[in-house]
Design a binder for this molecule. Structure first.
Ligand code: GDP
Length: 184
């Protein structure tokens, strides 16, 4: 059997500090999760493959950026020439969604035209736990609905996942891989 074809793309992770960007990447690339990880300083880099077809592999070069304001000026360096961006927020933090929306606006102005942007709500395990604890709650829990309608309006891919349990993590990267401009 011949070796699969490998198509390589650059993917950048953006979002407020502590939404779980590094955890998401560790879960996807290494299959592990650690509570109370230390924050990313500057940026970290990993490469990881997604098999799209038996003979086609998408290889993502993934840049994990620090969410802290003091590193914000460095971000353009990471999303320059990026084919894809995962803009991550915490499904229980309205503020992190607002921050995600401002990243999307920045990408639309500054990043390459063809960039595929996915809005990714992380910590789904916590959201599900809260819902289970108050099954009769009439008030809304979390910000899924706001995030979903924003993503639809803005034409973004949308996912909800948990780096902690691994739920939906593969789907995020596979979904983005499927949108990559692969030449026949
Ligand atoms: P980053 O600053 O965006 O890279 O966030 P980190 O990956 O460092 O995660 C921040 C904190 O949130 C850490 O204490 C993680 O253990 C925790 N965390 C990350 N992902 C999840 C998740 O899916 N569920 C829960 N419950 N906690 C998470």
């Amino acid at each position: 059997m011949s070796a699969p074809r490998i198509a390589q793309f650059k993917l950048v992770l953006l979002g407020e500090s502590a939404v779980g960007k590094s955890s998401l990447l560790l879960r996807f690339a290494r299959g592990v999760y650690e509570d109370n990880r230390e924050s990313t300083i500057g940026a970290a880099f990993l490469a990881q493959n997604v098999r799209l077809e038996p003979d086609l592999v998408v290889r993502f070069e993934i840049w994990d950026t620090a969410g802290q304001e003091r590193y914000k000026a460095l971000a353009p360096m990471y999303y320059r020439n990026a084919n894809a961006a995962l803009v991550v927020f915490d499904l229980l933090s309205q503020e992190s969604l607002a921050r995600a929306q401002s990243w999307v606006r920045e990408l639309r102005v500054q990043a390459d035209d063809g960039i595929i942007i996915a809005l990714v709500g992380n910590k789904l395990d916590l959201l599900n736990q809260l819902k289970a604890e108050s099954p009769n709650s009439s008030g809304k829990i979390g910000i899924s609905e706001d995030a979903k309608s924003y993503a639809a309006e803005a034409g973004l891919l949308y996912y909800e996942c948990s780096a902690k349990t691994g739920e939906n993590i593969e789907a995020v990267f596979k979904g983005v891989a499927e949108k990559m401009p692969i030449n026949e």
